[in-house]
Design a protein around this ligand. Sequence first.
Ligand code: ADP
Ligand code: MG
Length: 707
Amino acid sequence: MGASLDAFFQPRSVAVIGASARHGSLGREILHNIIEYEFNGKLFPVNPRAEFIHSIKCYPSVLAIPDEVELAIVVVPARAVPDVVRECGQKGVKGIVVISAGFKETGAEGLAREQELMALVREHGMRLIGPNCMGIFATHPKVRLNATFAPVVPIEGDVAFMSQSGAMGVAILHALARMNVGLSFFASVGNKADVSGNDLLTYWEGDERTKVIALYLESFGNPRRFTRIAKRITRSKPIIVVKSGRTPAGARAATSHTGSLAGGEVAVDALLGQVGVIRAYSLEELLDFVAAFSRCPIPDGDRVAVLTNAGGPAIMATDALLAAGMQMAALATETQDDLRSFLRPEASVQNPVDMIASATAEDYRRALEVLLSDHGVDLVLVISVPPHMLVPDDVAGAITDVTRHHTKPVLSTFMAKEEFYETFPRLHPESPPLYRFPESAARAAAALHRYHRWQRRPAGVVRTFAVDRDQAARLTLGSLARGGGQMAQEDAFALLHAYGIPVATVRRVHDARAAVAAARTLGTPVVLKVADSRIVHKSDAGGVALDLRSAEEVEHAFLTMHERVREAHGFDPDGFVVQRQAPAGREVILGMAQDPLFGPLLMFGSGGRHVEVFKDIVFRVMPLTDVDAQEMIASIKGYPLLAGFRGEAPVDLSFTEELVLRLAQLVSDFDCIQEMDINPCILAPQRSDCLAVDVRIRLAAAAETAD
Ligand code: ADP
Ligand code: MG
């Protein structure tokens, strides 16, 4: 599978179909770029109206080429593409890059043309990149193929970059070239009719020269496959993603806490975080991160030393580092003594090490050497604000020298004249990444550390428990047979029970007498609640009465609740439930909402009636491992309350993890479940005291599960 992309990234022969001599035409730019970049293979321009282009023999069609052709770059008008591709198939071409636009992106006619194109590609066993893209390049010295029309000369390096947008691709290539960040491969994938981002990831995973993968995404074609692939690759190679465009999740009609909170980008964030992908939130950040990952080793920890010749930017850097979750290293006494031995007396030898404005390039060299040798320092952030006498190139040169024989990362911030940022990295390809501002360097440092943590994180396993799946199937099928939608409360409780999630027993009642009888069988104290699928938040209209301890209290509560609910909603409720009262504990919410693209999103958070106000919640996609579940629980703000705050006993955390995993098992077994809230699940120090007391489960409407 992966090997079939060799035709794109290491072809021995390339035809440019639609090559042209006309300046400004794409056919000319691509041909020109291939020649200019000195492609290590045979090149065949194809154009029926020219005998030669650029003094190279031109062929009227790909079929007229006497040699084998491995890769074809197609730049003819869209309507001519199918014929050209058919000929490529006959010729035995293996890979096709269709630059031409005028396909799916233009509407129905274009879509039909794209389908025709794909049928031909499949028929002939070819692979296709595009259509509607700006091409690909591969910088390996044995290949040197630049089949793009971008006015950028590729720099050889270790970053593989995929862009879903041609224009953004050009912009990013430009910026990377300015920073002298080299690439191994570039691919602009356009409409992704055949070769997808996932295919490229798999191919680049196996490429030894590629150390970093960067993606500009607008949409996910197959998020579940991405999850699998990315999780594997990020163990050995960092993947940095900038994602634009909203996922179409907001359109869901939410009838639960989880559903209303699951909109927007939470799925993307959850997915990327869960598979170790580093998300950049702007193009600038993408570039900053790519530079760091390409030019730095991965640090062993989060302890940063800051070395500077000015106070202000060091304070900014410190703030940004701490905000990003990094630590300021405590420098060893020997380190401080060493620094003091050659720095001015006014210099500060504590972290940040401020050598003051008189610092020389030599001071930078020696101080950096000392800091990198301190065992309590995991990485160094160097800041230089050039005063009159200091040439930034000298300082940067000194830093580069020292960095070369250390294995710890060094990031640098230079506040210098514009030309420095372009010339220096070109003259010193091994220099540490250069940033214009301390905050950018700090965030990039934090990204390096986050990746280190990911690499050290255990992979985790998807645990399954012995459950009563048959009973659960009976309950969901029964509910679906009655039309689906909101499950009756008793059924919802029974469904959780079948999956080993402890629930507070409920009895449905219709009058006060039955309520009193139910309370007697359950044992007081009990809780009385209105039970009507039209009422989403029961306590809003006085539909929950807690701590009822006697027959009189139950009867009184029933009568007043009945009255109040009827007044508030204007209808007689379907019924009420009497429920055992759970022992006091910590209220959490467990939930699930289906995302049309990403599948079930699981939610965990601080529970109760104010979930939407505090939004102390986290989401994860499936499959969910035990490590994922532990991280979910530990990452909410309310976690200290669960773990035991101010001498209180902690809740049973391992059981909490089990609850999350059991829920994951339930939703992965039954994809008819559309939305679910367990709010609250009351957690206690003893497993046997933990109880879900309020559950809402919405199944697909009967029509949605027709097939
Ligand atoms: P709703 O969310 O529809 O308003 P709930 O059933 O969640 O109704 O009840 C509201 C609150 O009442 C819960 O957050 C919880 O604090 C408390 N509560 C409800 N049922 C019980 C119970 N069985 N035991 C203890 N507390 C309960
Ligand atoms: Mg509730």
